[in-house]
Each structure stands twice: as structure tokens, then as C-alpha cells.
Design a protein around this ligand. Structure first.
Ligand SMILES: NC(=O)c1ccc[n+]([C@@H]2O[C@H](COP(=O)([O-])OP(=O)(O)OC[C@H]3O[C@@H](n4cnc5c(N)ncnc54)[C@H](OP(=O)(O)O)[C@@H]3O)[C@@H](O)[C@H]2O)c1
Length: 287
């Protein structure tokens, strides 16, 4: 079986590729740049852009299945529909679509609304789909080394209700199982971690691990958006602000059934944030 994996050089892509190779799948990866050095031996790279139907069609030719991950972009919906429509035209056997948890509850967040529309197209136009809906990634926090270890602050505005963040390794494993196993067509899998994590609780995990006080930075959303604008385009800062504001207002927590369902899919319980943080702290200390 041959699968096309999109998601360029992103966080999830390499883990999904590892899981597919481990299961004997032949993999083609789509990226906007030829950076083959980063890919494991045997993975075919195809340079293309998800906004360009000609290159997407070329990337899909000769593959049986598609793992579709779109980066957060102002044209995410168009990119997603181009891939979905062409996969239908080329009669692919399965599209595993990387969406987001609770997309229908966050219709005011641009990148959630785009994903919901793509999910709707997959369902309405009778495609052979499986949808994976991950919560917030643990691995996002790898970018917080200086804030946590130097400034002593956990700066992500997780609020008090909290989220059921998940490890990218569990997302990749779930995606590969859905792509290679039987009985996953038409299914939607929520991918959540086992713990409800809020700002204070994550700060206390880091305090315990590092042996010094790490405080939660709070959730002043105007200040957060302004800070985001210093490192990201304005539309993106707004989009991410709306997402965190939604977490504060509506929560982003999983139910017991969601975690049980993921445990059953993976064949083991989803990884815990505390263990991820322990690994990150050791890697930071060793660096
Ligand atoms: N972060 C979270 O907590 C979280 C939680 C749930 C869902 N999600 C969803 O997960 C996705 C992000 O995953 P990620 O973090 O692995 O991705 P990422 O790190 O944002 O990277 C995605 C990659 O896609 C490629 N790309 C961007 N635009 C493209 C285009 N027009 N055509 C082809 N390739 C393009 C880029 O690689 P090249 O430069 O190599 O082309 C980019 O590195 C988003 O859809 C996000 O909404 C994220």
C-alpha cells in the first residue's frame, strides 16, 4: 500500500511517517521544499503546494491512501477542499483527515471553522474518510524552554477549566492504525490525553520537575494577542487568540469515553503530560 502524507516538514508529519514505515507502508511526502535530508530512507518526496491543484494531482497519482494535514493558513479551507476533491476524482481508497477536537463548538475560530467545513465535505460527498480530531499538542510546549526554565513562567493561557492535551506520538500512532487497519472508514476519532490540564496544574508539574517555582502567567487575552503579533502574522495572532479564548469560555476537555476509545484504538493508554514534560526537561538539561 502506498500513502501520501501532507504536512510538509511539520511536527506531526515525521511521526506519522515513522509509524507508517514501521507498518510496511510505502510513503510519499508532500512538501513545498526539497528537504529530503530530513526524511527517513525510502520515503519519496514530492515538491508541491496544497494550494496548487496541478501539484496536488501529481502527488496523488499512484497512491492508494492520503493522510491530509493542512497547516493553519488563511486559505486552509481551499487547500483542504482541493485535496479532498482530487482524492475523490482519483478514487483513492481512504483519506485520513487531520482535523481538531470539538471543531463544531469553535466555529468562531477561523482554523476550526475551516476544518469543520472540510469534515462536512468528506461526509456529504460520500468519500472514504476517517477523521482524527486531536486536542492541543503536548509538543507545542517544547517552544517554551526559555519561558519556563529562565523566566519561571508557564505562559500559555490555559485558564482554569483546562484542556485534554495529547502527545503527538499518540496522534501519529492513531493515524497509522486508521490508515492500515480494517473497519475505520466513516469513523471519527477524538484524540485526547488522559489528564485535564489547566494553567496552575501545568505550572505545578513544571515546578515539581525543575525543583523551583514556575508560575502560571494568567490569561489576559489582549496582552496575549499583542505578544503573538510580535512573532506571527496578525491574522494568525487573532486566530490563536480566539482559540484560547474559546478554551477559557467553553473548555477543551475530553470525557471519560473519549479517553477509553483512544486507549482501545491504540492498544495502550494515551501518554501523560507529566511524562512528556519529564522527557523535555531531561533533553533541555542535557542540551
Ligand atoms: N498544534 C496543536 O496543538 C494542534 C492541535 C490540534 C490540531 N492541530 C492542527 O494540526 C495542524 C498542524 O500540524 P503540525 O503542527 O504538524 O504542522 P505545522 O508544524 O504547522 O506544519 C505544517 C507543514 O505544512 C507544510 N505546508 C504549509 N503550507 C503548505 C502548502 N500550502 N502546501 C503544502 N504544504 C504546506 C509546511 O511544510 P513545508 O514548508 O515543508 O512545505 C509546514 O511545515 C493544523 O491543521 C492544526 O490546526 C494542531
Amino acid at each position: 500500500m502506498k500513502a501520501l502524507v501532507t504536512g510538509g516538514t511539520g511536527t506531526v508529519r515525521s511521526k506519522v511517517i515513522d509509524e507508517l514505515l514501521h507498518r510496511g507502508v510505502s510513503v510519499r511526502a508532500l512538501s513545498r521544499n526539497q528537504r529530503t535530508a530530513k526524511l527517513p530512507v525510502g520515503v519519496e518526496t514530492l515538491v508541491g503546494d496544497l494550494l496548487d491543484p496541478v501539484s496536488v494531482e501529481k502527488a496523488l497519482e499512484g497512491v492508494d491512501k492520503l493522510y491530509l494535514l493542512n497547516a493553519v493558513a488563511p486559505d486552509e479551507l481551499t487547500q483542504g477542499l482541493i485535496a479532498v476533491d482530487l482524492a475523490k476524482r482519483l478514487k483513492l481508497q481512504q483519506i485520513v483527515y487531520h482535523s481538531v477536537f470539538k471543531a463544531e463548538v469553535f466555529k468562531d475560530v477561523p482554523h476550526f471553522a475551516s476544518k469543520l467545513a472540510i469534515e462536512n465535505a468528506l461526509r456529504e460527498f460520500d468519500l472514504p474518510f476517517t477523521i482524527v480530531r486531536p486536542n492541543y499538542f503536548y509538543q507545542n510546549d517544547l517552544a517554551l524552554k526559555d519561558a519556563i526554565t529562565k523566566a519561571g513562567v508557564y505562559p500559555v493561557p490555559l485558564g482554569t477549566t483546562g484542556i485534554s492535551a495529547v502527545d503527538v506520538r499518540d496522534i501519529a500512532e492513531a493515524a497509522a492504525i486508521a490508515l492500515t487497519g480494517d473497519g475505520h472508514l466513516g469513523k471519527t476519532y477524538n484524540l485526547n490525553g488522559p489528564d485535564i490540564l489547566n494553567g496552575d496544574c501545568v505550572a505545578s508539574i513544571w515546578s515539581k520537575l525543575l525543583g523551583k517555582p514556575i508560575r502560571y502567567g494568567g490569561h489576559d487575552m489582549d496582552a496575549f494577542e499583542e505578544e503573538m503579533r510580535t512573532k506571527s502574522p496578525s491574522w494568525s495572532a487573532f486566530d490563536i487568540r480566539m482559540m484560547f479564548q474559546g478554551y477559557l469560555e467553553r473548555g477543551f476537555t475530553a470525557g471519560k469515553c473519549d479517553v477509553e476509545a483512544l486507549t482501545k484504538l491504540l492498544g495502550h493508554p494515551p501518554r501523560r503530560y507529566e511524562d512528556f514534560a519529564k522527557e523535555a526537561a531531561s533533553a533541555w538539561a542535557a542540551a
